[in-house]
Design a protein around this ligand. Structure first.
Ligand code: GAR
Length: 218
């Protein structure tokens, strides 16, 4: 089996990155993490990645004259590491159409809501405010519009009556950690692929129906 070379892009603690690192330890996982790159020098995830023996790089966006210069360097670093797929994992920097199109159908993202609901920031506060009974997380193929693009996989998580933002965020995050490796596996093997701006599955794809549905409390 050839393992696809993946770069994980982070900006912070890197818990989703960690979930991908752990999944990629399995011999039959179809991707290897060739690079972890952060746009923030102080991202805690950089240390976690280094501790796992992975190559890390920092590209501090503040050191570039503009978005274009930052993204040209990002593109160069990805190519220098012969990266084939890019996973955004809490990468909190908007990417412009130039870079997104250069990596079209080779860049995926995780977002802590059931898209297209609640794109952007403060997803859990907005879900609580809206009174939805389920929220969750989405792994999707990246397009130039923020938190949009063909959906690879989603996991639903219940919103419970006494939830606050932190409790809900923790429940969704646990689902994220299960969903992202699953989605990357499907995408890296080509079992999930983009067709007409939707993701379709190859016939016979093994896909757990509710991979990350948190159990309801007794
Ligand atoms: C995760 O909840 C991820 O879904 C979210 O940031 C968090 C990063 O946590 N991403 C977005 O909101 C992107 N729009 P992590 O650094 O521990 O993986």
């Amino acid at each position: 089996m050839t393992r696809r070379r993946v770069a994980v892009l982070i900006s912070g603690r890197g818990s989703n990155m960690q979930a991908l690192i752990e999944a990629a330890r399995a011999e039959d996982f179809p991707a290897e993490i060739a690079l972890v790159l952060s746009n923030r020098p102080d991202a805690a995830g950089l240390e976690r990645a280094a501790a796992a023996g992975l190559r890390t790089e920092t590209l501090d966006h503040k050191r570039f004259a503009d978005r274009g210069a930052f993204e040209r360097m990002l593109d160069e670093r990805l190519r220098a590491h012969e990266v084939e797929l890019v996973c955004l994992a809490g990468f909190m920097r908007l990417l412009t159409a130039g870079l997104v199109d250069a990596w079209r159908d080779r860049m995926i993202n995780i977002h802590p809501s059931l898209l297209p609901a609640f794109p952007g920031l403060d997803t859990h506060a907005r879900a609580l405010e809206a009174g939805v009974r389920f929220t969750g997380c989405t792994v999707h193929v990246v397009r130039a519009e923020m938190d949009a693009g063909p959906i690879i996989a989603q996991a639903a998580v219940p919103v419970l009556p006494d939830d606050d933002e932190a409790r809900l965020a923790a429940r969704v995050l646990a689902a994220e950690h299960r969903l992202y490796p699953l989605a990357l596996r499907l995408f890296a093997t080509g079992e999930a692929r983009v067709e007409g701006e939707r993701v379709v599955y190859a016939p016979g794809t093994r896909f757990p129906a509710a991979p990350a549905l948190a159990p309801l409390p007794a």
